[in-house]
Design a protein around this ligand. Structure first.
Ligand SMILES: Cc1cc2nc3c(=O)[nH]c(=O)nc-3n(C[C@H](O)[C@H](O)[C@H](O)COP(=O)(O)OP(=O)(O)OC[C@H]3O[C@@H](n4cnc5c(N)ncnc54)[C@H](O)[C@@H]3O)c2cc1C
Length: 518
Protein backbone atom coordinates (compact mmCIF):
# COMPACT_ATOMS: atom_id res chain seq x y z
CA UNK A 1 0.00 0.00 0.00
CA UNK A 2 1.13 3.63 -0.37
CA UNK A 3 3.49 5.10 2.18
CA UNK A 4 5.32 8.43 1.97
CA UNK A 5 8.05 7.10 4.24
CA UNK A 6 8.72 4.17 1.89
CA UNK A 7 8.54 6.45 -1.15
CA UNK A 8 11.28 8.72 0.27
CA UNK A 9 13.38 5.68 1.19
CA UNK A 10 13.19 4.47 -2.42
CA UNK A 11 14.01 7.97 -3.68
CA UNK A 12 17.11 8.01 -1.46
CA UNK A 13 18.16 4.55 -2.66
CA UNK A 14 17.71 5.16 -6.39
CA UNK A 15 20.65 6.76 -8.25
CA UNK A 16 18.85 7.12 -11.53
CA UNK A 17 15.24 6.47 -12.55
CA UNK A 18 14.22 5.15 -15.97
CA UNK A 19 11.12 7.33 -16.08
CA UNK A 20 9.97 10.32 -14.03
CA UNK A 21 6.34 11.28 -14.62
CA UNK A 22 5.14 14.78 -13.70
CA UNK A 23 1.41 14.86 -12.87
CA UNK A 24 -0.78 12.46 -10.90
CA UNK A 25 -4.02 12.52 -12.88
CA UNK A 26 -5.38 9.82 -15.20
CA UNK A 27 -2.67 10.30 -17.81
CA UNK A 28 0.34 10.39 -15.47
CA UNK A 29 -0.95 7.53 -13.33
CA UNK A 30 -1.61 5.45 -16.45
CA UNK A 31 2.01 6.01 -17.50
CA UNK A 32 3.31 5.05 -14.04
CA UNK A 33 1.33 1.78 -14.19
CA UNK A 34 2.52 0.95 -17.70
CA UNK A 35 6.17 1.79 -16.87
CA UNK A 36 6.15 -0.25 -13.68
CA UNK A 37 4.47 -3.12 -15.52
CA UNK A 38 7.25 -3.05 -18.15
CA UNK A 39 9.79 -3.36 -15.32
CA UNK A 40 11.09 0.22 -15.45
CA UNK A 41 12.14 2.18 -12.39
CA UNK A 42 9.41 4.83 -12.37
CA UNK A 43 8.72 7.75 -10.06
CA UNK A 44 5.54 9.83 -10.35
CA UNK A 45 5.42 13.29 -8.76
CA UNK A 46 2.12 15.11 -8.15
CA UNK A 47 2.10 18.72 -6.99
CA UNK A 48 -1.16 18.51 -5.04
CA UNK A 49 -3.11 15.41 -4.11
CA UNK A 50 -3.56 12.64 -6.67
CA UNK A 51 -6.45 13.50 -9.02
CA UNK A 52 -6.77 17.06 -7.71
CA UNK A 53 -6.87 18.28 -11.33
CA UNK A 54 -9.29 17.46 -14.12
CA UNK A 55 -9.28 13.74 -13.39
CA UNK A 56 -11.64 14.09 -10.40
CA UNK A 57 -13.93 16.56 -12.19
CA UNK A 58 -15.13 14.61 -15.25
CA UNK A 59 -18.69 13.54 -16.11
CA UNK A 60 -17.54 10.06 -15.04
CA UNK A 61 -18.44 8.29 -18.28
CA UNK A 62 -16.37 5.47 -19.75
CA UNK A 63 -17.56 6.01 -23.27
CA UNK A 64 -16.74 6.06 -26.94
CA UNK A 65 -18.37 9.47 -27.20
CA UNK A 66 -21.58 9.45 -29.23
CA UNK A 67 -20.92 13.12 -29.96
CA UNK A 68 -17.59 12.42 -31.64
CA UNK A 69 -19.39 9.96 -33.89
CA UNK A 70 -21.69 12.78 -35.02
CA UNK A 71 -18.53 14.86 -35.68
CA UNK A 72 -17.18 12.04 -37.86
CA UNK A 73 -14.16 11.27 -35.65
CA UNK A 74 -14.42 7.50 -36.16
CA UNK A 75 -10.82 6.84 -35.14
CA UNK A 76 -11.34 8.37 -31.69
CA UNK A 77 -14.68 6.60 -31.21
CA UNK A 78 -13.28 3.17 -32.17
CA UNK A 79 -10.25 3.67 -29.90
CA UNK A 80 -12.37 4.87 -26.98
CA UNK A 81 -14.87 2.01 -27.41
CA UNK A 82 -12.04 -0.53 -27.19
CA UNK A 83 -10.61 1.23 -24.14
CA UNK A 84 -14.10 1.27 -22.58
CA UNK A 85 -14.18 -2.51 -22.92
CA UNK A 86 -10.72 -2.98 -21.36
CA UNK A 87 -11.47 -0.66 -18.45
CA UNK A 88 -14.81 -2.31 -17.65
CA UNK A 89 -13.02 -5.67 -17.61
CA UNK A 90 -9.95 -4.58 -15.61
CA UNK A 91 -11.63 -2.47 -12.93
CA UNK A 92 -15.07 -3.99 -12.28
CA UNK A 93 -15.07 -2.55 -8.74
CA UNK A 94 -14.93 1.04 -10.02
CA UNK A 95 -16.90 0.87 -13.26
CA UNK A 96 -20.35 -0.28 -14.23
CA UNK A 97 -22.66 -0.47 -17.18
CA UNK A 98 -25.01 2.45 -17.43
CA UNK A 99 -28.12 2.52 -19.62
CA UNK A 100 -28.78 5.88 -21.32
CA UNK A 101 -32.01 7.11 -22.86
CA UNK A 102 -32.36 9.66 -25.65
CA UNK A 103 -35.99 10.84 -25.64
CA UNK A 104 -37.31 11.92 -29.03
CA UNK A 105 -40.07 14.33 -29.88
CA UNK A 106 -40.07 13.65 -33.66
CA UNK A 107 -40.25 10.19 -35.30
CA UNK A 108 -37.43 11.15 -37.67
CA UNK A 109 -35.13 11.81 -34.69
CA UNK A 110 -35.84 8.37 -33.31
CA UNK A 111 -34.67 6.71 -36.52
CA UNK A 112 -31.75 9.11 -36.90
CA UNK A 113 -30.34 8.52 -33.41
CA UNK A 114 -31.10 4.79 -33.47
CA UNK A 115 -29.09 4.32 -36.66
CA UNK A 116 -26.17 6.30 -35.17
CA UNK A 117 -26.25 4.23 -32.00
CA UNK A 118 -26.41 0.94 -33.90
CA UNK A 119 -23.24 2.06 -35.68
CA UNK A 120 -21.77 3.00 -32.27
CA UNK A 121 -22.45 -0.56 -31.07
CA UNK A 122 -21.03 -2.05 -34.24
CA UNK A 123 -17.81 0.01 -33.97
CA UNK A 124 -17.16 -1.55 -30.56
CA UNK A 125 -16.77 -4.91 -32.33
CA UNK A 126 -16.26 -7.78 -29.91
CA UNK A 127 -16.40 -5.33 -27.00
CA UNK A 128 -19.88 -4.14 -27.94
CA UNK A 129 -22.32 -3.78 -25.06
CA UNK A 130 -25.12 -4.22 -27.70
CA UNK A 131 -27.99 -2.75 -25.77
CA UNK A 132 -29.39 -0.28 -28.29
CA UNK A 133 -33.18 -0.55 -28.59
CA UNK A 134 -36.08 1.60 -29.64
CA UNK A 135 -38.46 2.56 -26.84
CA UNK A 136 -42.14 3.34 -27.11
CA UNK A 137 -43.41 6.41 -25.26
CA UNK A 138 -45.07 4.15 -22.68
CA UNK A 139 -41.97 2.13 -21.86
CA UNK A 140 -39.79 5.24 -21.81
CA UNK A 141 -42.07 6.90 -19.24
CA UNK A 142 -41.97 3.73 -17.13
CA UNK A 143 -38.15 3.81 -17.11
CA UNK A 144 -37.87 7.57 -16.66
CA UNK A 145 -41.04 8.79 -14.89
CA UNK A 146 -40.00 12.44 -14.68
CA UNK A 147 -39.40 12.88 -18.42
CA UNK A 148 -41.20 15.77 -20.13
CA UNK A 149 -44.17 13.98 -21.71
CA UNK A 150 -45.75 16.60 -23.99
CA UNK A 151 -45.07 15.70 -27.62
CA UNK A 152 -42.88 12.75 -26.62
CA UNK A 153 -42.85 10.12 -29.37
CA UNK A 154 -40.51 7.54 -27.83
CA UNK A 155 -36.79 7.16 -27.56
CA UNK A 156 -33.72 5.00 -27.79
CA UNK A 157 -31.92 3.20 -25.02
CA UNK A 158 -28.21 2.38 -25.32
CA UNK A 159 -25.39 1.40 -22.98
CA UNK A 160 -22.09 2.96 -22.01
CA UNK A 161 -19.90 2.83 -18.90
CA UNK A 162 -19.76 4.90 -15.74
CA UNK A 163 -17.05 5.15 -13.09
CA UNK A 164 -15.68 6.98 -10.05
CA UNK A 165 -12.85 9.05 -11.52
CA UNK A 166 -10.88 10.05 -8.39
CA UNK A 167 -11.14 6.52 -6.98
CA UNK A 168 -9.84 5.11 -10.26
CA UNK A 169 -6.76 7.34 -10.00
CA UNK A 170 -6.22 5.87 -6.50
CA UNK A 171 -6.58 2.36 -7.87
CA UNK A 172 -3.99 3.17 -10.57
CA UNK A 173 -1.63 4.63 -7.93
CA UNK A 174 -1.96 1.45 -5.88
CA UNK A 175 -1.45 -0.69 -9.00
CA UNK A 176 1.75 1.19 -9.89
CA UNK A 177 2.92 0.72 -6.31
CA UNK A 178 2.06 -3.02 -6.36
CA UNK A 179 4.24 -3.32 -9.49
CA UNK A 180 7.25 -1.63 -7.84
CA UNK A 181 6.68 1.94 -9.04
CA UNK A 182 6.81 4.93 -6.68
CA UNK A 183 4.11 7.60 -6.58
CA UNK A 184 4.22 10.69 -4.41
CA UNK A 185 1.66 13.43 -3.83
CA UNK A 186 2.40 16.98 -2.62
CA UNK A 187 5.62 16.85 -4.68
CA UNK A 188 5.82 19.99 -6.80
CA UNK A 189 8.22 19.83 -9.75
CA UNK A 190 9.93 23.22 -9.92
CA UNK A 191 12.72 22.70 -12.45
CA UNK A 192 14.05 20.37 -15.12
CA UNK A 193 17.69 19.26 -14.83
CA UNK A 194 19.70 19.16 -18.04
CA UNK A 195 22.90 17.63 -19.29
CA UNK A 196 24.26 18.74 -22.68
CA UNK A 197 20.85 20.24 -23.50
CA UNK A 198 19.03 16.99 -22.77
CA UNK A 199 16.67 16.55 -19.83
CA UNK A 200 18.41 14.48 -17.16
CA UNK A 201 16.03 14.80 -14.21
CA UNK A 202 13.88 17.14 -12.16
CA UNK A 203 13.91 19.14 -8.95
CA UNK A 204 10.86 18.98 -6.73
CA UNK A 205 9.73 20.43 -3.41
CA UNK A 206 8.07 18.14 -0.91
CA UNK A 207 5.21 20.41 0.20
CA UNK A 208 5.02 18.58 3.55
CA UNK A 209 8.60 19.21 4.70
CA UNK A 210 9.42 22.08 2.33
CA UNK A 211 12.61 20.24 1.36
CA UNK A 212 13.92 20.27 -2.21
CA UNK A 213 15.00 17.04 -3.91
CA UNK A 214 17.00 16.57 -7.10
CA UNK A 215 16.24 13.44 -9.06
CA UNK A 216 18.17 11.96 -11.98
CA UNK A 217 16.20 10.20 -14.69
CA UNK A 218 16.80 8.77 -18.17
CA UNK A 219 13.46 10.18 -19.32
CA UNK A 220 10.94 12.75 -18.08
CA UNK A 221 7.27 12.79 -19.10
CA UNK A 222 5.14 15.89 -18.67
CA UNK A 223 1.58 14.70 -18.00
CA UNK A 224 0.29 17.77 -16.21
CA UNK A 225 -3.01 18.23 -18.09
CA UNK A 226 -3.91 21.92 -18.50
CA UNK A 227 -0.60 22.78 -16.83
CA UNK A 228 1.68 21.22 -19.50
CA UNK A 229 2.70 24.66 -20.76
CA UNK A 230 4.25 25.57 -17.39
CA UNK A 231 6.58 22.53 -17.67
CA UNK A 232 7.27 23.21 -21.36
CA UNK A 233 8.25 26.70 -20.22
CA UNK A 234 10.75 25.26 -17.73
CA UNK A 235 12.28 23.45 -20.69
CA UNK A 236 12.28 26.31 -23.16
CA UNK A 237 10.85 29.75 -22.51
CA UNK A 238 10.00 30.12 -26.21
CA UNK A 239 7.85 26.94 -26.41
CA UNK A 240 4.51 27.69 -28.11
CA UNK A 241 1.38 27.00 -26.02
CA UNK A 242 0.27 23.37 -26.35
CA UNK A 243 -3.05 23.60 -24.54
CA UNK A 244 -6.29 25.42 -25.13
CA UNK A 245 -8.23 25.10 -21.85
CA UNK A 246 -11.98 24.70 -21.89
CA UNK A 247 -14.13 24.59 -18.77
CA UNK A 248 -16.91 22.09 -18.12
CA UNK A 249 -19.35 22.48 -15.23
CA UNK A 250 -21.54 19.90 -13.49
CA UNK A 251 -24.48 20.35 -11.13
CA UNK A 252 -25.40 17.65 -8.65
CA UNK A 253 -29.01 17.23 -7.50
CA UNK A 254 -30.98 14.80 -5.35
CA UNK A 255 -32.40 11.69 -6.95
CA UNK A 256 -35.94 12.76 -6.04
CA UNK A 257 -35.87 15.23 -8.97
CA UNK A 258 -34.86 12.52 -11.41
CA UNK A 259 -35.98 9.17 -10.02
CA UNK A 260 -34.54 6.83 -12.65
CA UNK A 261 -31.70 4.32 -12.87
CA UNK A 262 -31.40 5.26 -16.53
CA UNK A 263 -29.32 8.26 -17.51
CA UNK A 264 -30.76 10.96 -19.75
CA UNK A 265 -28.88 12.02 -22.85
CA UNK A 266 -30.00 15.33 -24.33
CA UNK A 267 -28.74 15.00 -27.89
CA UNK A 268 -28.53 18.64 -28.92
CA UNK A 269 -27.94 21.66 -26.73
CA UNK A 270 -28.13 25.26 -27.84
CA UNK A 271 -24.39 25.22 -28.61
CA UNK A 272 -24.62 21.97 -30.57
CA UNK A 273 -23.30 19.58 -27.91
CA UNK A 274 -24.88 16.90 -25.74
CA UNK A 275 -25.87 17.12 -22.08
CA UNK A 276 -26.26 14.30 -19.58
CA UNK A 277 -28.17 13.60 -16.37
CA UNK A 278 -26.45 10.56 -14.86
CA UNK A 279 -27.27 8.78 -11.60
CA UNK A 280 -24.10 8.69 -9.51
CA UNK A 281 -23.87 7.49 -5.92
CA UNK A 282 -26.97 8.78 -4.11
CA UNK A 283 -27.33 11.76 -6.48
CA UNK A 284 -27.63 12.78 -10.12
CA UNK A 285 -24.87 14.60 -12.05
CA UNK A 286 -25.99 17.09 -14.72
CA UNK A 287 -23.55 18.38 -17.28
CA UNK A 288 -21.58 19.63 -18.89
CA UNK A 289 -20.61 22.92 -20.53
CA UNK A 290 -17.77 23.90 -22.85
CA UNK A 291 -16.42 27.38 -22.12
CA UNK A 292 -13.06 28.49 -23.53
CA UNK A 293 -10.86 30.06 -20.82
CA UNK A 294 -7.79 32.25 -20.93
CA UNK A 295 -6.76 31.76 -17.29
CA UNK A 296 -6.28 28.38 -15.65
CA UNK A 297 -6.61 27.64 -11.97
CA UNK A 298 -6.30 24.64 -9.66
CA UNK A 299 -9.80 25.36 -8.35
CA UNK A 300 -11.82 26.42 -11.39
CA UNK A 301 -15.22 27.86 -10.60
CA UNK A 302 -18.50 27.74 -12.47
CA UNK A 303 -19.79 30.84 -14.23
CA UNK A 304 -23.40 31.82 -13.54
CA UNK A 305 -24.24 31.46 -17.23
CA UNK A 306 -22.92 27.87 -17.19
CA UNK A 307 -25.20 27.01 -14.25
CA UNK A 308 -28.17 28.64 -15.99
CA UNK A 309 -27.37 26.79 -19.22
CA UNK A 310 -27.52 23.39 -17.49
CA UNK A 311 -30.67 24.26 -15.53
CA UNK A 312 -32.41 25.49 -18.68
CA UNK A 313 -31.64 22.37 -20.73
CA UNK A 314 -32.43 19.90 -17.94
CA UNK A 315 -35.73 21.62 -17.16
CA UNK A 316 -36.79 21.42 -20.81
CA UNK A 317 -36.62 17.63 -20.58
CA UNK A 318 -37.74 17.03 -16.99
CA UNK A 319 -41.22 17.49 -15.51
CA UNK A 320 -39.82 18.21 -12.04
CA UNK A 321 -38.27 21.62 -12.57
CA UNK A 322 -35.20 22.53 -10.55
CA UNK A 323 -33.78 25.86 -9.50
CA UNK A 324 -30.42 26.93 -8.16
CA UNK A 325 -31.68 26.20 -4.62
CA UNK A 326 -31.98 22.50 -5.45
CA UNK A 327 -28.31 22.11 -6.33
CA UNK A 328 -26.26 20.12 -3.80
CA UNK A 329 -22.85 20.71 -5.37
CA UNK A 330 -21.33 22.49 -8.38
CA UNK A 331 -17.98 21.39 -9.73
CA UNK A 332 -15.92 22.57 -12.66
CA UNK A 333 -13.07 20.96 -14.55
CA UNK A 334 -10.68 22.10 -17.27
CA UNK A 335 -10.22 20.13 -20.49
CA UNK A 336 -6.62 20.12 -21.66
CA UNK A 337 -7.55 20.42 -25.34
CA UNK A 338 -4.76 20.31 -27.88
CA UNK A 339 -4.13 23.79 -29.24
CA UNK A 340 -4.12 24.13 -33.00
CA UNK A 341 -4.15 27.30 -35.05
CA UNK A 342 -7.44 26.47 -36.80
CA UNK A 343 -9.66 25.85 -33.76
CA UNK A 344 -12.77 27.98 -34.08
CA UNK A 345 -14.49 26.69 -30.94
CA UNK A 346 -13.49 24.45 -28.05
CA UNK A 347 -16.71 22.42 -28.52
CA UNK A 348 -15.51 21.46 -32.01
CA UNK A 349 -11.88 20.93 -30.98
CA UNK A 350 -10.63 17.37 -31.23
CA UNK A 351 -10.55 15.21 -28.10
CA UNK A 352 -7.60 13.25 -29.54
CA UNK A 353 -4.36 13.29 -27.60
CA UNK A 354 -1.04 14.57 -28.84
CA UNK A 355 2.58 13.91 -27.88
CA UNK A 356 5.32 16.50 -28.18
CA UNK A 357 8.94 15.37 -28.10
CA UNK A 358 11.05 18.48 -27.37
CA UNK A 359 14.62 18.81 -28.62
CA UNK A 360 15.66 18.31 -24.98
CA UNK A 361 13.91 14.88 -25.09
CA UNK A 362 11.19 16.06 -22.69
CA UNK A 363 8.03 14.12 -23.59
CA UNK A 364 4.76 16.03 -23.20
CA UNK A 365 1.35 14.43 -23.53
CA UNK A 366 -1.89 16.32 -23.56
CA UNK A 367 -5.50 16.18 -24.78
CA UNK A 368 -7.38 12.90 -24.83
CA UNK A 369 -10.08 11.55 -22.55
CA UNK A 370 -10.23 9.71 -19.27
CA UNK A 371 -11.55 6.68 -21.16
CA UNK A 372 -8.42 6.53 -23.33
CA UNK A 373 -5.89 7.05 -20.51
CA UNK A 374 -4.32 3.59 -21.02
CA UNK A 375 -3.68 4.08 -24.73
CA UNK A 376 -2.35 7.59 -24.05
CA UNK A 377 0.00 6.16 -21.43
CA UNK A 378 1.23 3.50 -23.82
CA UNK A 379 1.94 6.07 -26.57
CA UNK A 380 3.76 8.45 -24.22
CA UNK A 381 5.86 5.68 -22.73
CA UNK A 382 6.78 4.27 -26.15
CA UNK A 383 8.17 7.71 -26.99
CA UNK A 384 10.15 7.83 -23.75
CA UNK A 385 11.56 4.35 -24.45
CA UNK A 386 12.66 5.54 -27.87
CA UNK A 387 14.36 8.81 -26.85
CA UNK A 388 15.96 7.44 -23.67
CA UNK A 389 16.96 4.16 -25.34
CA UNK A 390 15.29 2.11 -22.62
CA UNK A 391 14.96 -1.63 -23.21
CA UNK A 392 12.06 -2.39 -25.54
CA UNK A 393 9.35 -4.19 -23.60
CA UNK A 394 5.86 -4.66 -25.00
CA UNK A 395 3.01 -2.80 -23.32
CA UNK A 396 0.81 -5.31 -21.49
CA UNK A 397 -1.74 -3.13 -19.70
CA UNK A 398 -4.65 -4.07 -21.97
CA UNK A 399 -5.50 -7.02 -19.74
CA UNK A 400 -3.83 -5.83 -16.54
CA UNK A 401 -6.25 -6.07 -13.64
CA UNK A 402 -6.17 -2.92 -11.55
CA UNK A 403 -5.63 -2.85 -7.80
CA UNK A 404 -8.77 -4.00 -6.00
CA UNK A 405 -9.94 -6.14 -8.92
CA UNK A 406 -12.50 -8.65 -7.75
CA UNK A 407 -15.11 -10.73 -9.47
CA UNK A 408 -17.45 -10.71 -6.49
CA UNK A 409 -18.74 -7.17 -6.55
CA UNK A 410 -21.65 -6.40 -4.27
CA UNK A 411 -22.74 -3.21 -5.95
CA UNK A 412 -25.17 -2.54 -3.11
CA UNK A 413 -22.31 -2.35 -0.58
CA UNK A 414 -20.87 1.10 0.06
CA UNK A 415 -17.42 -0.53 0.33
CA UNK A 416 -17.58 -2.09 -3.16
CA UNK A 417 -15.39 0.68 -4.63
CA UNK A 418 -12.46 -0.72 -2.64
CA UNK A 419 -12.83 -4.07 -4.41
CA UNK A 420 -10.66 -6.71 -2.78
CA UNK A 421 -9.54 -4.22 -0.07
CA UNK A 422 -13.13 -3.92 1.21
CA UNK A 423 -12.73 -6.96 3.45
CA UNK A 424 -9.90 -5.27 5.36
CA UNK A 425 -12.02 -2.17 5.95
CA UNK A 426 -14.92 -4.40 7.02
CA UNK A 427 -12.54 -6.17 9.40
CA UNK A 428 -11.68 -2.81 11.04
CA UNK A 429 -15.40 -2.25 11.60
CA UNK A 430 -15.90 -5.79 12.93
CA UNK A 431 -13.11 -5.30 15.46
CA UNK A 432 -14.29 -1.89 16.65
CA UNK A 433 -17.91 -0.82 16.09
CA UNK A 434 -17.03 2.88 16.40
CA UNK A 435 -15.15 2.48 13.09
CA UNK A 436 -18.51 1.92 11.39
CA UNK A 437 -19.71 5.40 12.43
CA UNK A 438 -20.68 7.62 9.53
CA UNK A 439 -18.76 10.85 9.01
CA UNK A 440 -22.05 12.48 8.00
CA UNK A 441 -25.54 10.99 8.61
CA UNK A 442 -26.63 11.41 4.96
CA UNK A 443 -23.61 9.64 3.48
CA UNK A 444 -22.43 6.07 3.86
CA UNK A 445 -18.73 7.01 4.28
CA UNK A 446 -17.33 5.70 7.57
CA UNK A 447 -14.52 6.48 10.01
CA UNK A 448 -12.90 3.16 9.02
CA UNK A 449 -12.57 4.29 5.38
CA UNK A 450 -11.10 7.61 6.46
CA UNK A 451 -8.45 5.90 8.58
CA UNK A 452 -7.83 3.34 5.85
CA UNK A 453 -7.11 6.14 3.35
CA UNK A 454 -4.68 7.87 5.72
CA UNK A 455 -2.80 4.62 6.30
CA UNK A 456 -2.85 3.27 2.75
CA UNK A 457 -3.65 6.00 0.23
CA UNK A 458 -1.46 8.97 1.27
CA UNK A 459 -4.41 11.15 2.33
CA UNK A 460 -2.78 14.11 4.08
CA UNK A 461 -5.31 16.94 4.15
CA UNK A 462 -9.01 17.22 4.97
CA UNK A 463 -9.67 18.06 1.32
CA UNK A 464 -8.09 14.76 0.19
CA UNK A 465 -10.68 12.89 2.25
CA UNK A 466 -13.78 14.96 1.59
CA UNK A 467 -13.15 15.63 -2.12
CA UNK A 468 -11.44 12.53 -3.50
CA UNK A 469 -11.10 9.50 -1.14
CA UNK A 470 -14.79 9.99 -0.32
CA UNK A 471 -16.72 12.07 -2.85
CA UNK A 472 -18.86 13.95 -0.32
CA UNK A 473 -17.78 17.41 -1.52
CA UNK A 474 -18.79 16.49 -5.08
CA UNK A 475 -22.25 15.20 -4.17
CA UNK A 476 -23.20 17.40 -1.24
CA UNK A 477 -21.07 20.47 -0.50
CA UNK A 478 -23.05 21.50 2.60
CA UNK A 479 -22.59 18.02 4.12
CA UNK A 480 -18.85 18.25 3.38
CA UNK A 481 -18.65 21.58 5.22
CA UNK A 482 -20.63 20.11 8.12
CA UNK A 483 -18.13 17.20 8.33
CA UNK A 484 -14.95 19.25 8.36
CA UNK A 485 -14.37 19.36 12.14
CA UNK A 486 -14.93 15.65 12.57
CA UNK A 487 -12.61 14.75 9.69
CA UNK A 488 -9.91 17.18 10.84
CA UNK A 489 -9.89 15.81 14.37
CA UNK A 490 -9.76 12.13 13.28
CA UNK A 491 -6.94 12.99 10.87
CA UNK A 492 -5.01 14.96 13.50
CA UNK A 493 -5.21 12.01 15.84
CA UNK A 494 -3.97 9.56 13.19
CA UNK A 495 -1.29 11.86 11.72
CA UNK A 496 -0.16 13.24 15.12
CA UNK A 497 -1.02 16.84 14.29
CA UNK A 498 -1.78 19.60 16.80
CA UNK A 499 -4.74 21.90 17.34
CA UNK A 500 -3.23 24.61 15.16
CA UNK A 501 -3.20 22.16 12.24
CA UNK A 502 -6.85 21.30 12.91
CA UNK A 503 -7.89 24.97 12.86
CA UNK A 504 -5.88 25.64 9.72
CA UNK A 505 -7.40 22.64 7.92
CA UNK A 506 -10.94 23.65 8.95
CA UNK A 507 -10.42 27.16 7.62
CA UNK A 508 -8.76 26.01 4.37
CA UNK A 509 -11.34 23.38 3.55
CA UNK A 510 -14.36 25.52 4.47
CA UNK A 511 -13.14 28.28 2.17
CA UNK A 512 -12.57 25.84 -0.69
CA UNK A 513 -15.90 24.03 -0.21
CA UNK A 514 -17.87 27.30 -0.39
CA UNK A 515 -16.91 27.31 -4.08
CA UNK A 516 -18.95 24.11 -4.54
CA UNK A 517 -22.13 25.63 -3.10
CA UNK A 518 -24.52 26.98 -5.78
C1 LIG B 1 -15.91 18.81 -17.55
C2 LIG B 1 -15.18 17.61 -18.06
C3 LIG B 1 -15.86 16.41 -18.23
C4 LIG B 1 -15.17 15.29 -18.69
N1 LIG B 1 -15.84 14.12 -18.78
C5 LIG B 1 -15.20 13.02 -19.25
C6 LIG B 1 -15.88 11.78 -19.29
O1 LIG B 1 -17.02 11.66 -18.85
N2 LIG B 1 -15.22 10.73 -19.79
C7 LIG B 1 -13.95 10.83 -20.28
O2 LIG B 1 -13.43 9.83 -20.77
N3 LIG B 1 -13.26 11.99 -20.20
C8 LIG B 1 -13.85 13.08 -19.68
N4 LIG B 1 -13.18 14.26 -19.57
C9 LIG B 1 -11.76 14.31 -19.94
C10 LIG B 1 -10.85 13.82 -18.81
O3 LIG B 1 -11.35 14.15 -17.54
C11 LIG B 1 -9.44 14.38 -18.97
O4 LIG B 1 -9.01 14.13 -20.29
C12 LIG B 1 -8.44 13.77 -18.01
O5 LIG B 1 -8.92 13.77 -16.69
C13 LIG B 1 -7.12 14.54 -18.06
O6 LIG B 1 -6.23 13.91 -17.17
P1 LIG B 1 -4.75 14.42 -17.03
O7 LIG B 1 -4.04 13.44 -16.15
O8 LIG B 1 -4.16 14.66 -18.37
O9 LIG B 1 -4.87 15.83 -16.31
P2 LIG B 1 -5.12 16.16 -14.77
O10 LIG B 1 -6.09 15.24 -14.16
O11 LIG B 1 -5.43 17.61 -14.66
O12 LIG B 1 -3.73 15.86 -14.07
C14 LIG B 1 -2.61 16.70 -14.20
C15 LIG B 1 -1.95 16.79 -12.83
O13 LIG B 1 -0.68 17.43 -12.96
C16 LIG B 1 -0.41 18.07 -11.73
N5 LIG B 1 0.67 19.06 -11.89
C17 LIG B 1 0.60 20.25 -12.51
N6 LIG B 1 1.79 20.89 -12.41
C18 LIG B 1 2.63 20.07 -11.70
C19 LIG B 1 3.97 20.18 -11.25
N7 LIG B 1 4.71 21.28 -11.51
N8 LIG B 1 4.51 19.15 -10.54
C20 LIG B 1 3.78 18.05 -10.28
N9 LIG B 1 2.48 17.90 -10.66
C21 LIG B 1 1.91 18.90 -11.38
C22 LIG B 1 -1.77 18.70 -11.40
O14 LIG B 1 -1.85 19.03 -10.01
C23 LIG B 1 -2.74 17.62 -11.83
O15 LIG B 1 -3.16 16.79 -10.76
C24 LIG B 1 -13.81 15.39 -19.06
C25 LIG B 1 -13.14 16.60 -18.88
C26 LIG B 1 -13.81 17.70 -18.36
C27 LIG B 1 -13.08 18.97 -18.14
Amino acid sequence: MLSRKKAFEKIAQTDIWDVVVIGGGATGMGIAVDAANRGFKVLLLEKNDFAKGTSSRSTKLVHGGVRYLAQGNLKLVIEALSERGFLLANAPHLTRLQAFIIPTYRYFDQLFYASGLLLYDALAGKLSLSRTKLLSKKSLVQLMPSIHGKGLKGGIVYADGQFDDARLVMSLALTANDLGGVVLNYANVTALKKNDGKVSGVAFIDEESNKTYEIASKSVINATGVFVDSILDMDDKSSPAAVMPSQGVHLVINREFFPSDHALMIPKTRDGRVLFAVPWKNAVVLGTTDTPLQEISEEPSALNEEIDFILEHFNQYNEKKITKDDIKSVFAGLRPLVKTSNNKSTALASRDHTIIVSSSNLITITGGKWTTYRKMAKDALNNAVFVAKLPIVKCATRSLRLHGYTENIQASSALSIYGSDAKEIQQMINEDVSMGERIHPDHAYTKAELIWSIRNEMALQVEDILARRSRILFVDAAAAIASVEKVASIMANELKKDNQWIQQQIALFTELAKGYLP
